[in-house]
Design a protein around this ligand. Structure first.
Ligand SMILES: [Zn+2]
Length: 487
């Protein structure tokens, strides 16, 4: 197993119950066959993202040629080889006998397999042979990439043999990352070209997913791209962009974003987030009122909050969980409310544990499932707050209430389908903002192995002791100054 796959392996041992070496052999020997219905809108994009996402992990991949046009076969082979030419996509006339999983990018498949179909901004994922997929409309690029990310997650349940209690094998899943609902007809039609202006802070596993989606949408505009690092070999196994060439040439991640987004005016800022705040106030970088963050530490999130934008959409992953925190200035909890610094005062965990009426140790026990028995003796409001989380593990509850101290290293980079689903949620919220779609909640999270149909969608309130409330006037002055220098 290569070092770039070690994260997936580490994660997978937690959900499969097997030893590392057993799992390593299983993943290395796995054989996944992919077929594509070229007639379906966005099928080529969905197939390319599915194949490259799978190629970032171990195992064998076979493309079933069927009647697929040569141009598409060649494009898929090239995309896969760009990730890792030493483990090519094999082309075959029919599915091999010793398959671990079979995926079809399209609505119909004779025989058993996983089917993925984009539908507007959302996607269908079907595992049941008898389920019929009738898309309400043609998929767009977000729908296609979300379909691919869901498909790669479904494949992983088979290749890693995820234990039953940690996963749901879907019969017919529908979900839209814009409306956060299973009703795909509610997602807005995208009228291109969309004009977007935003800062993207963090171009890692989730950030490259965001760049990929933006590059495929009919959109243009200005993006301030912020990341202090260069691309490295270990990124190939977890990111949505880059492969062997980038692992060798090691471009700045901001430059990789710029190359991927030719329709946008990308302003690269290859420095840390705290340097960006200084650069904006000295006129060396523009202030953009819309910020997407994809960061791996609470500290970096708090630094990003000091930009005090109109809106900050923070995407995150941890193990198999993913989610977002949506901050509208003056309305929602800021990153400092959500990710408080530990001091002598009660920590975020203690404060939240007290509010929820649960012991700190219970909240910190990530795998423990919340049951009715934990609610005994709580107040009516504590009970009603916790009831939606019954049957879910504590790690989910902790994330739903914005706790990160529980995993001191912050959010770990995940296997790529988890990060890519987080990127889809983030761009989904961006599009909802852009199109004025009413979206529920300011905290959203779900377990990628269980599925978005059980997502926790919550409206968290500001912490009254936070600087966003106690220093509200000073913050308004800072914001006004930045808005003036912008105009
Ligand atoms: Zn705050």
């Amino acid at each position: 197993m290569r070092s770039e796959h070690s994260r997936a392996l580490l994660l997978a041992t937690q959900v499969t119950g097997g030893s590392t070496s057993q799992l390593e052999r299983r993943l290395d020997r796995s054989m996944v066959a992919i077929s594509v219905d070229a007639e379906m809108p966005q099928s080529e994009l969905a197939a390319r993202v599915l194949i490259t996402t799978l190629r970032r992990g171990p195992g064998h991949l076979v493309l079933i040629r069927d009647r697929l046009p040569t141009r598409i076969v060649d494009a898929l082979l090239a995309a896969c080889a760009a990730v890792d030419p030493t483990r090519p996509l094999r082309v075959a006339r029919r599915a091999p006998d010793d398959l671990t999983a079979r995926v079809h990018v399209g609505p119909s498949l004779p025989g058993q397999g996983i089917r993925v179909v984009p539908d507007g901004c959302g996607a269908h994922l079907v595992g049941a042979r008898t389920a019929v997929i009738r898309p309400a409309r043609a998929g767009n690029a977000l729908g296609a990439i979300y379909a691919a990310a869901l498909g790669a997650g479904e494949v992983f349940k088979h290749t890693a043999r995820v234990v039953t209690r940690r996963r749901v094998v879907h019969r017919h899943l529908r979900f839209c990352p814009v409306t956060l609902s299973t009703d795909l007809s509610r997602s807005p039609a995208l009228q291109g070209p969309m004009l977007l202006g935003l800062a993207l802070i963090g171009i890692g596993a989730i950030g490259t997913g965001i760049v990929l989606i933006l590059s495929e949408l009919d959109a243009a505009g200005t993006i301030l791209a912020v990341d202090r690092q260069r691309y490295a070999l270990e990124n190939r196994g977890t990111y949505a962009l880059g492969g062997t060439a980038e692992a060798e040439s090691a471009p700045w991640k901001v430059d990789l974003a710029q190359q991927t987004l030719p329709r946008f005016d990308v302003i690269p800022f290859p420095e840390p987030v705290d340097a960006l705040v200084k650069a904006i106030d000295s006129g060396r970088a523009p202030w953009l009122p819309l910020v997407l963050t994809a960061l791996d530490s609470a500290e970096a999130r708090r630094d990003a909050q000091r930009l005090w934008p109109d809106r900050l959409i923070d995407a995150a992953t941890g193990d198999t969980m993913l989610g977002l925190c949506d901050h509208r200035h003056g309305v929602d909890p800021c990153m400092m409310c959500a990710f408080p610094v530990r001091r002598d005062e009660p920590s975020g965990v203690e404060r939240v544990a007290e509010r929820l009426g649960l012991p700190v140790e219970l909240l910190a026990s990530a795998e423990t499932v919340l049951t009715e028995h934990h609610l005994a003796g709580l107040t009516e409001s504590q009970r009603s707050r916790l009831t939606p989380h019954l049957g879910k593990p504590m790690c989910g509850l902790a994330r739903a209430v914005g706790l990160t101290e529980l995993d001191a290293d912050g959010f770990m980079p995940s296997i790529p389908f988890v990060s890519l689903q987080a990127a889809c949620l983030s761009v989904g919220r961006l599009l909802a903002t852009h199109l004025d779609v009413d979206t529920p909640g300011n905290f959203v999270q779900y377990d990628s192995l269980i599925g978005p149909q059980t997502a926790s969608i919550e409206t968290m309130r500001k912490w009254q002791g936070c600087g966003c409330t106690t220093r509200a006037r000073a913050i308004e002055t800072v914001r006004a100054g930045r808005a003036i220098s912008r105009s």
